[in-house]
Structure formats: structure tokens, C-alpha cells
Ligand binder design. Structure first.
Ligand code: GLU
Length: 323
């Protein structure tokens, strides 16, 4: 009897050991990847969420977590310091990061690599209708949010103003608010206008336009030509009629591309797996936000402003879209 008890205990002990051993090896095998995204009421954040879900469903060894942030400039810096493994950011800002363009960046973000281009982001100046702002020039003397701290939006706001011979100093008040706050400030009349370089249909702008009468201020004419000449990442674009409540005609502006980037230090096999999983599950990206529909294999390299990560490059070579 005693012997049986001993054998039983031994079996239990071995089983318990095996269980812990298995759990710890599984834990050790799981790799954690963080994506620096952007504004909760923007497009980066829901799209990064979709990428995290795709990994959850298809890549058992990889867990992707999503962080919200001011966006492009902040995200490039998180890549540099290794505080993020991946990031979504504008293609103009990723290029400036790689070059170390001052004052945005103290030194080059030498380890930033491309995974894929995502979709077009329009420079949208949303203004309260009662502020009577029909052109960029009318922003003079107004209270304006120029974008969140660390955003690409703030840089684009400066560049657009420069083309119109203006500066932030021309505003009565300059705010750097999160996109959620700038939407609230517009609704309450605490600001007159806000700059956003973001995918058309971003929740923040939709929500503002539903609550208060708003317009989108055009960027056009000779000023737009000058802007595109000086900053070649801008392309001509239109915020289409009906994009938001109250937008009754197409509004000309400029756009950049949103791209997904990774640290050069990410293993090639992992970058390959993530790239492949994204393109194998484009339906999930589309479901996260209407802008996700713009992502296709054919357009994956459109506007890519930085060298590709070798893992992503391998995938594109296999698919024949890169030589
Ligand atoms: N393009 C924006 C920026 O860097 C972020 C947009 C978003 O979060 O969707 O300023």
C-alpha cells in the first residue's frame, strides 16, 4: 500500500514538473512585439489593432501590443530607442527621421526600415463654420490646434503655413492637443480650427462634424504648387464631397502616405512572418477602418521612403513585386 502511494506521488510530481516545464517553454518561445501607433480617434490606432489581431489569430509565437501616441515624429523616436519594435508613421516623417532632419530629429534614426505602405493621409484643416475661415490666410488671428505633440501633423501645419507666408505666431493662440481633445475644443468653441494629417473618415473629425457645423479649409492654387515643390512627399489630393457632415463640395488639399515600419534589429524571419500575415488577411485590415481598403500587394511599395526590412523584402521578392 505504502509503495503504491509512493508511486502515485511520484507520478503526480513528474506530471506537475512536466506541466510547469511546458508552460515556461511556451512562455519563453512567445515573442512580444510593440507597435507605436497614433491617435485613438485617428486611423493608425485601429489599424495597428487589426495587425495585432491578425498576429493573435495566425502567428501563435508572436504577441503584438499596440500603444497610442502623438504619432509620426514620436513613433520614429521610439523606433530609435528600441521602445517600440514597429511603428505606423507618415512617409515624409520616416524619411526625415532616416536623414536626421533637424529640429525634428537630433540625429538620424538609422535603424528605421519599411514593412509596407498603408494608405493616403490627407492634410485636413477642420474649422468651425462660425469662425468664417474660407482659406488658410483666414487662419490669421484665430485659435488653432496645430496637432498633438510629436505628430507629423504639426510639421505639415508648419509647411503649409510657410507656403502661405505665415507662421504659428500669426495665430491668436497655438494649441498642441491630442486629437480627442482638439475635437472637444472645436465642439466647445475653445478653438476655431485644427490641423490633422490623417486618413479621411478618422473618428475624431467625423464626430466633430456631427456635433458642430464645420468646414474643411482648402489648400490649393499657387501655394499648393509651392508647397509640393519644396516638400516633394506631398501629392495633390481631394477631401471628397460628403466625407464629413457639411462638406458639400470636393475640397482640394495635399496628402502623404502612412507606412508601417520596423526596427532593423527585428529578426528577418519575424518581419517576413508579420508581412505575410498582413497580406494573407487583408479582409481583417479592411474591417478595422475603411482606409484599410487602400492596402493591396500592388500598392505595398507606393511612396515607401525608407529602405525595406530584409524580411519584408524577401516576401515581396517571392510575390514578384520587387526584383
Ligand atoms: N498622421 C498623424 C500624425 O503623425 C497620425 C494619424 C493617426 O493617428 O491616424 O500626425
Amino acid at each position: 500500500m505504502k509503495k503504491k502511494l509512493l508511486v502515485g506521488m511520484l507520478i503526480l510530481a513528474v506530471a506537475a514538473f512536466l506541466c510547469t516545464f511546458n508552460a515556461s517553454t511556451v512562455l519563453a518561445a512567445k515573442k512580444f512585439v510593440s507597435i507605436a501607433s497614433g491617435w485613438v480617434v485617428g486611423v493608425y490606432y485601429p489599424l495597428a489593432g487589426a495587425i495585432s489581431n491578425i498576429a493573435h489569430k495566425n502567428l501563435p509565437d508572436i504577441k503584438i501590443t499596440v500603444e497610442s501616441s502623438g504619432a509620426s515624429v514620436a513613433n520614429a523616436k521610439l523606433i530609435a530607442t528600441g521602445d517600440a519594435d514597429m511603428a505606423i508613421l507618415q512617409n515624409d516623417i520616416s524619411f526625415y527621421a532616416l536623414q536626421g532632419v533637424k529640429p525634428m530629429f537630433d540625429k538620424p534614426v538609422a535603424n528605421i526600415r519599411g514593412i509596407t505602405s498603408l494608405y493616403q493621409e490627407h492634410c485636413q484643416i477642420q474649422a468651425r463654420k462660425d469662425a468664417k475661415i474660407a482659406s488658410v490666410a483666414d487662419l490669421k488671428g484665430k485659435r488653432v490646434c496645430v496637432g498633438p505633440l510629436g505628430s507629423g501633423t504639426e510639421q505639415n501645419a508648419m509647411q503649409i503655413l510657410e507656403a502661405y507666408g505665415m507662421k504659428f505666431d500669426d495665430f491668436a493662440k497655438v494649441e498642441r492637443l491630442t486629437a480627442t481633445e482638439s475635437s472637444d475644443y472645436l465642439k466647445d468653441g475653445r478653438i476655431d480650427a485644427a490641423f490633422y494629417s490623417v486618413g479621411v473618415g478618422a473618428a475624431g473629425l467625423v464626430d466633430t462634424a456631427m456635433t458642430v457645423d464645420c468646414v474643411i479649409v482648402p489648400v490649393d492654387g499657387g501655394q499648393r504648387d509651392a508647397l509640393m515643390k519644396k516638400y516633394p512627399f506631398f501629392t495633390k489630393a481631394v477631401v471628397a464631397k460628403g466625407a464629413y457632415k457639411g462638406v458639400e463640395a470636393d475640397v482640394p488639399t495635399v496628402a502623404v502616405m502612412a507606412i508601417l515600419a520596423a526596427r532593423a534589429e527585428m529578426e528577418d524571419a519575424m518581419a517576413y512572418q508579420i508581412t505575410k500575415a498582413i497580406f494573407d488577411n487583408l479582409k481583417d485590415i479592411e474591417r478595422a477602418h475603411a482606409k484599410g481598403k487602400e492596402l493591396t500587394l500592388e500598392s505595398a511599395l507606393t511612396g515607401m521612403s525608407i529602405p525595406l526590412h530584409p524580411g519584408a523584402e524577401k516576401f515581396y521578392k517571392e510575390k514578384g513585386i520587387k526584383k
